[in-house]
Design a protein around this ligand. Sequence first.
Ligand SMILES: NC(=O)c1ccc[n+]([C@@H]2O[C@H](COP(=O)([O-])OP(=O)(O)OC[C@H]3O[C@@H](n4cnc5c(N)ncnc54)[C@H](OP(=O)(O)O)[C@@H]3O)[C@@H](O)[C@H]2O)c1
Length: 246
Amino acid sequence: MQDVFSFKDKVILITGAGRGIGKAITKGFLERGAIVYGTGSKQESADLINAAGANGRVADVTDPAAMPTLIDEIVQKHTRIDCLINNSGVSSDTPASFFKEDEIEKILNTNVKGVFRSCQAYFKTHRKHGGTIINVASVLGFVGIPLASIYCASKGGVIQLTKALAIEWASYNFRVNALCPGLIDTDMTSRMTGKPDLLNKVTASIPLKRLGQPEDLVGAALFMASSASSYMTGQTLVIDGGMIAQ
Ligand SMILES: NC(=O)c1ccc[n+]([C@@H]2O[C@H](COP(=O)([O-])OP(=O)(O)OC[C@H]3O[C@@H](n4cnc5c(N)ncnc54)[C@H](OP(=O)(O)O)[C@@H]3O)[C@@H](O)[C@H]2O)c1
């Protein structure tokens, strides 16, 4: 019987693969035989990705030329990318009334425009044979919290972008879905996990009574990239320990 979760010789491109959720997902695909290209914004990240057994590349998603250039390079070498995973993202803890223009621009450029540019470059190079895209959004694309107004807006934008592209490109045999993590223990949440009182309070409010680990996202990413989800497009898959089910 064919193993739908074997990714032997499949080509996967994942942004933000050097740490956190992207690092765990990269490992998951490597363990299942995939050829993985992973990016970061700096050489140090590319080195870490290479050391993990993937192909590390520097591609700052806020640079409009970076992802199209990388996608062209991979297609030249392998003829296709089976799945693009837009995982890079940034956040901040900023009161809405304190946001400055450069911080607003950084979050929206990385989290929304960066995702869109990658999707666009992937579509342009794969429109003849189709493709699979996973955009990493967030539960904060559904619910709001204090100090995260622009981040929430950006992740809501990623969810809507995912739905719109799924519809527009369905006839080209593209599937576009969004993966929505809850609170995951990574550098991004270290501002919170470093404060024991706050961490205890937050953990108590999660139905499964723990923060997610980056590895908790791997199964969902494999499913969304595989033929096991071949009839799924324009959807969001929430992995949050029950946080927003309440
Ligand atoms: N942790 C959570 O609780 C949580 C919850 C919901 C959603 N998410 C989302 O999950 C994704 C991964 O987050 P994480 O928790 O793993 O965060 P993280 O540990 O802070 O990692 C962020 C990743 O994004 C990359 N990145 C940031 N700016 C970039 C840029 N301009 N160009 C290319 N890469 C860039 C970083 O690479 P460099 O180090 O090279 O800059 C890094 O690999 C993000 O989209 C985040 O919004 C996280």
